[in-house]
Design a protein around this ligand. Structure first.
Ligand SMILES: Cc1cc2nc3c(=O)[nH]c(=O)nc-3n(C[C@H](O)[C@H](O)[C@H](O)COP(=O)(O)O)c2cc1C
Length: 182
């Protein structure tokens, strides 16, 4: 992996009513994405679905997410970033039943991943990476996805114990061989 190459952090993160953390203004994965971008000097891009998930009613969000998963949907997303210009892409998302939200696939399938290094990171409430690394690897065709080296952080820790989350991010990046850009 070219750790000195051009780096991008791409993530999806849900705000509003969320599991185990109440009504949040900044999503758990978003917090970790910011930390990775800070530490590596990477550019940052947020995957935002055109039709956002409900923020006031957790169960409604769950219902929509479940339907999207069951129908293998590809919800439209806003904006774009030229992944093709980067060498290393950190790809972050919450664990939704052992999958990334379906809009992450919408984003992935818009791009050519040949020759990229893809490094997954996830926030969760107990399921860890949950096999999502392999799913990302299959979707990012042609990339070298570091399936077994992804970072999994509990959402509640990201939200409520940021010193601890930052420690985990920093030591993970160090293990991967990234110079600290602070
Ligand atoms: C639709 C949905 C499904 C979820 N499924 C799981 C799950 O299967 N396992 C788990 O550990 N956490 C699950 N969670 C909890 C989220 O992974 C966790 O709260 C995460 O940190 C949310 O990140 P975000 O704020 O960036 O969206 C689920 C949350 C939602 C909204």
């Amino acid at each position: 992996m070219n750790t000195d190459g051009k780096k991008l952090v791409v993530f999806f993160s849900h705000t509003g009513e969320n599991y185990n953390v109440g009504n949040i203004e900044k999503g758990n994965t978003h917090i970790i994405a910011d930390m990775i971008a800070d530490a590596t000097g990477a550019d940052l891009f947020e995957i935002v679905p055109v039709k956002g998930y409900p923020e006031d009613d957790y169960n409604e969000c769950i219902d929509i997410a479940k339907k999207e998963l069951q129908s293998d949907a590809r919800p439209a997303v806003k904006g774009d970033v030229k992944v093709e210009d980067y060498d290393v892409v950190f790809l972050g998302y919450p664990n939704w039943w052992g999958n990334p939200p379906m809009c992450v696939y919408t984003f992935i399938e818009k791009h050519d991943w040949n020759g990229k290094t893809v490094i997954p990171f996830i926030t969760h409430e107990g399921s860890g990476m949950g096999g999502t690394g392999r799913k990302i690897a299959a979707a990012c065709e042609g990339a070298n996805t570091l399936t077994g080296k992804g970072l999994a952080i509990q959402g509640k820790v990201a939200q409520e114990n940021q010193a601890s989350a930052r420690k985990s991010v920093d030591s993970w990046l160090e293990r991967l061989g990234f110079e600290n850009a602070y």
